[in-house]
Design a protein around this ligand. Sequence first.
Ligand code: 5GP
Length: 253
Amino acid sequence: MARRKKIYEGKAKIIYEGPEPGTIVQYFKDDATAFNAQKKDVIEGKGVLNNRLSEFFMTGLNQIGVPTHFVKRLNMREQLCRQVEIVPLEVIVRNYAAGTMSQRLGIEEGTQLPRPIVEYCYKDDSLGDPLVTEEHIAAFGWASQQDMDDILSLALRVNDFLSGVMMAVGIRLVDFKIEIGRVYDGDFQRLIVADEISPDSCRLWDMETNEKLDKDVFRRDLGSLTDAYTEVATRLGVMPKNATPITKPTLIN
Ligand code: 5GP
């Protein structure tokens, strides 16, 4: 069998050429990184959970008419997606202060914001994904004004959807990051949600206890990341209750 072509390897995923032109296969690794990869570990089962969770969120978005790159899940760790040109921005939506917003502005973590606040970071690991304004984005040609209108609308629709889905299972959507891809249909281009949506890219807090159920568990050494992600997956019905813990296959003599 021919070896498939790797297009790109990131910190948490590998992108392979897909079976048809215009498609890719996204492989979810178990690698966890934080602070621009200064902190690293392998968390067994994380890739499987994120594959399932991202499938769940992207499918839900597709169903309510928010376009995403997701086509179908292929197996435990891989999904088929539309190939996109990634807009070089991380689009962050915040409902409550946390993380870098709290650090930058001195607002206590967990403070409810007067309305969802959308921020943009320039996607460049070597620079640590710096926060940028729409002025930078326009001046450097990373996205047009029409693109920015579309990106804002996509980001707020994703926020409404995700907040509702999470609230229904007792989880507060504090903030999240999405990436946006450009696709071409004939002469027309449009923007769709790409990359992944998972507890790696969201802050998710239990509504009653404020327990963290996201990558901050890894960033801040708060316990088992697999347990936290499994809790999210179980509450959402993505994984059955009492599912066998996700571990690598073991050899039986
Ligand atoms: P902060 O700016 O507070 O570090 O992050 C805001 C939100 O965006 C958090 O939910 C965080 O997980 C997500 N986020 C920001 N940058 C990245 C990134 O480079 N990778 C991932 N997976 N998520 C990010």
